[in-house]
Design a protein. Sequence first.
Length: 676
Amino acid sequence: MNDDLFSAPRPKRGPRPRPTEAAAPAPANAAEAYDASAIEVLEGLEPVRRRPGMYIGGTDEAAYHHLAAEILDNAMDEAVAGHATTIDVALDEGDWLTIRDNGRGIPVDPHPKFKDRSALEVILTTLHAGGKFSGKAYATSGGLHGVGSSVVNALAARMEVEVARDRTLWRQAYERGHPVTTLEKVGPTQNRRGTQIRFTPDPQIFGRLHFSPARLYKLCRSKAYLYRGVTIRWACDPALIRDGDIPAEAVLHFPGGVADSLRDELGTAALLAEMWHGDADLPVGPDGAETGRMEWAVAFLESGSSSLASYCNTIPTPQGGTHESGFRTALLKGFRAWGEQRSNRRASAIAADDIMGIIAAKLSVFIRDPQFQGQTKEKLTSPEAGRLVETALRDRFEQWLAGHPAQADNLLAFIIERAEERLRRKDLKDTPRKSATRRLRLPGKLTDCTRENAAETEIFLVEGDSAGGSAKQARNRETQAVLPLRGKILNVASASTEKLRANQELRDLVEALGCGIGDRFDATRLRYGRVIIMTDADVDGAHIASLLMTFFYRELPELIRRGHIYLAQPPLYRLTQGGRTVYAMDDADRERKLKSDFKPNAKVEISRFKGLGEMPPGDLKQTTMDPKKRTLLQVVTRPEDRALTSDRVEQLMGRKAESRFQFIQEHARLVEELDV
């Protein structure tokens, strides 16, 4: 900044000179001229091809698959409106995707405003043209702006449309948004009705991207879960399938709706209470008209990562919105009301986040004329949606709590514990090392050691309270701390920043370590010299260890670089004969030690430890925790392998399942024996 602006005296105000007319400076060359000829008018679908990001969010893989979602959403709107029962989705070679419904079929008669064109052609070649503005053709729908089909048409190298309507089949083809054939009357059809759209995206827009069968199959399953009345028939060219879990053909129909979806995702996860699910009409509007309906499923987790997946008119809303706000408020008021009913004053401290941190939930609403944030519809912004959802859900939730008093009490107690922990963390943002004479409330379920010199101490990260109990008995109280973690922690390589920040287990871990994270990281405040990951000697334990190492690599890499992270090596077997006891790390080690440490044909008692929680504290101390006898593996990264390490973590732990499958294919030959 020019200091003269502040130091020079201001000139005295005088009469303002009258402006004089002067010729505008001539442009340096004709190309710089700015006149009417410089104003472009983009007609038809040309704006979409010039700026696809404005309509589908970009030209990346997510935008590529958004094209499929737009067409499938139109078919789903026919089903939700009660006009279609079946949708066929087929992926063929050449990235040709076909979506067909048995609904009413797009109108093919001449449009009253554009009499030289059919309604079909107007819909597919004109932005903001469709039958979902007035609400007469669709009470609730996902497509509202009239741009979905036309945008897909604009960004498709070729689109072929067939309409079976009034027992007559019609056909028309388009290329890059322009019709290349006239609307052709193919002939009569007796057993077919509805719309079929077959298209392949334009490589001029998307480059070398391709549809992922796994991603499309997941999309179809999600849509089938969201509307009980629809059957989606999936088909894919077997040559395109890279993931063995994706079938070439499948019939997707789920009478249980979102409850079936949640059960399928949770599998055998441990729950604190039985699942709460249901459906209901939303309250009527001031004019007495119906406003829509909703469906929900809520599981209360004993362990694992919390989640809330929400939808509006079958459209996923990953960024949430007003319907999620109403959902959160209904649960919060329900638990607070239950606390008042049980005369539990501590319930007033509960916040919505305390509840959301222990649930996995699905919420699906169907409302009239919803408002979304942007064309990609990732967030619902309809102001009335929150009030409608809260009103419809709160009474039903309170009734459910009253009908399950024992479970309601247990849930309330667990949530209050979380609330009190949150308040303690708020008061103690930075937990310093305290002496044994000054007792300290520690984060989570941490059992701390007493020595104050961090370099001489270590913390064991164990899976679950059972293993934590054994470790606490086996530890050296002076130098060894124990922090139990509830099940598999969040995979930070595929999770959003918001999920990372909201994950209770990782927040407890960071607070226990004391060194902070991200911009707040300070190695001098690390409270332990060694951070030891101690998990069961099985596949699940290895998975948890991998998730923890991924967390340290991504979020606290300096701890790895400074040599603070270790892996414990608990044995899988105990071999005993008479007074002699030997431990084996795995099956191969067991066979070696049976031959080397015992006489031939000796009767050896073999005990297999099912987990650290079932290992006697004496065995755990002797084999895994005693510094004089144990074996630790130090987690290290070499600077020269930084790129390789980064790629491998992304390949194995990132969001793309295809990368993991490729890795397995390339390395399967290295597996000599698989113990099942």
